[in-house]
Design a protein around this ligand. Structure first.
Ligand SMILES: *Cc1c(COP(=O)(O)O)cnc(C)c1O
Length: 478
């Protein structure tokens, strides 16, 4: 363990860039060449080998020039937790495999629910990630809708597939793809999700939601759930939470708030108000492994009514018999779609006990401030176009400088230019930025979650973008 700590600490301290720029084909032979049937003499030798098959070319999220996806540098108290939870190896299904750990997870669920304002009946469970949390929320919503349909005389005797056919989920066109994937896994199909248009700031348009829900009801469909996103993956936009809650209630739909990204705002003194209204949700997804600076994996699903978790309860005689529930022995497996499960809560526990919630919030605030300052830089520069104002900690923009004739290059040229820039930066390893499309056009994206990144770092990344763009245009002209 000590050798490993030294190796990784040296790596993190000395990383010259966020990435080596290596291509998959150049790394594959080293991995393929390892003889897995012949062990090395000792740990030191294995760590030396690991350098060449992994550590040398890994992508380092703590590096200030990493500005691509929603990955965070991790806080050290959480790493301490990671080592301990793996060493003890508690499994969060039943008390007899997780004594103490179950109580710690429950305290952190309570803490999160209180900060979200979900009320005294709230409960929840840790999951492996936002996609899993979203899936469980929609599973609960589906089972609740089916239970309601079964009490409806008009649906008496109908089989499950027939009942599922009419269920619909409403989510903005900027919502996360795991909503559609969940619908597919829940037997509803991708088309059960009705995409709702967004306003200019990429928030779900409330008039469009109202119209979509009314039209769906008129077709005889049933609104199973409305998903509001608190922090869209591309734009950081937060849907109007209270208005969405009102519309969901009018239609008897479950309101799920996907706060996988924005959830960390509950620790921010300065930006917590952005989540106002989230307490009206029936369920909320929070990813600790994004804006709480925790190592992967760490996420939770919270519900306003603890009893709703009963939609995933299954009693197994060997594990969690009903008699245990009667004896009030606490367990988390009754609330989870997993069985054996990591004690990820310990990482957040030690983070709160060592840094405090304010310490986490200050890191997030720094990222939000940096994104705002970067947004001002980019907006003031005529060579860049932005897709939406900066919200939370992302910026979606594209490089579109003037061509030789003094007019901005055309949209197609800008598409090619921005695709090239992203690839060129990655191949150089000097900086990593993400890409996305907006209305069919190719854009670049900064996702900022690193409190150590400075505005000067961002200026340097923008300079690298310009240089890669200029090289491309010079090459295209030649
Ligand atoms: C990241 C993200 C997810 C998925 O979370 P994972 O932890 O990657 O599974 C879901 N919704 C939103 C809005 C996200 O940003």
């Amino acid at each position: 363990m000590r050798l490993a700590i030294d190796a990784v600490a040296a790596k993190v301290e000395t990383a010259a860039g966020p990435f080596s720029g290596i291509a998959p084909a150049d790394l594959a032979p080293a991995v393929a060449g390892v003889d897995l049937d012949t062990p090395l003499p000792d740990t030191a030798a294995a760590l030396a080998e690991l350098e060449s098959v992994y550590l040398r070319d890994a992508v380092y999220f703590h590096h200030p020039k990493y500005a691509a996806h929603l990955n965070c540098p991790v806080v050290i108290p959480a790493l301490v937790g990671e080592a301990i939870l793996s060493a003890v190896n508690s499994s969060m299904d039943t008390w007899d495999q997780s004594a103490g750990a179950t109580l710690i997870e429950q305290r952190l669920i309570r803490w999160t629910a209180d900060r979200l304002g979900l009320g005294p009946q709230a409960d929840g469970v840790f999951t492996s990630g936002g996609s899993a949390s979203n899936q469980q929320a929609l599973l609960i919503a589906r089972n609740r809708a089916v239970a309601a349909l079964r009490t409806d005389p008009g649906h008496k005797g109908r089989r499950l597939p027939e009942l599922l056919g009419g269920l619909r989920i409403f989510a903005s066109e900027a919502s996360h793809f795991s909503i559609r994937k969940s619908a597919s896994m829940l037997g509803l199909g991708y088309d059960a999700v009705i995409p709702v248009p967004c306003d200019a700031n990429r928030r779900m348009d409330m008039q469009a939601l109202e119209a979509a829900m009314s039209a769906s009801a008129a077709r005889g469909e049933r609104a199973m759930a409305v998903v509001a996103t608190a922090g869209t993956t591309d734009f950081g936009s937060i849907d109007p939470l209270l208005q969405t809650a009102r519309l969901a209630e009018e239609h008897g739909a479950w309101l799920h708030v996907d706060a996988a990204y924005g959830g960390g705002l509950i620790t921010s003194r300065r930006h917590r108000h952005l989540l106002d209204g989230i307490g009206a949700a029936d369920s909320v997804t929070v990813d600790y492994h994004k804006t709480f600076f925790q190592p992967v994996s760490s996420s939770a699903l919270l519900v306003r009514e603890a009893a709703m978790l009963g939609h995933v309860t299954y009693y197994a005689d060997y594990l969690n018999p009903e008699s245990a529930a009667r004896d009030a022995i606490p367990n988390q497996v009754d609330k989870s779609i997993q069985t054996t499960r990591r004690f990820d809560a310990l990482k957040l526990w030690l983070t709160l006990r060592i840094m405090g919630a304010d310490g986490v919030g200050a890191l997030l605030d720094a990222a939000i401030d940096l994104a705002a300052a970067t947004g001002e830089l980019v907006e003031a520069d005529p060579d860049f176009d932005t897709a939406a104002p900066v919200q939370l900690s992302t910026l979606v923009f594209r490089y579109r400088p003037a061509g030789p004739d003094g007019r901005k290059v055309d949209e197609e040229t800008s598409d090619a230019l921005n695709l090239h820039i992203r690839r060129a930066l990655s191949a150089s390893g000097k900086a990593l930025v993400a890409g996305t499309t907006v209305a069919g056009r190719h854009f670049l994206k900064f996702t900022l979650l690193n409190a150590d990144t400075t505005l000067e770092d961002m200026r340097q990344i923008l300079a690298l973008i310009r240089r890669a763009g200029a090289d491309y245009l010079a090459g295209a002209a030649a």
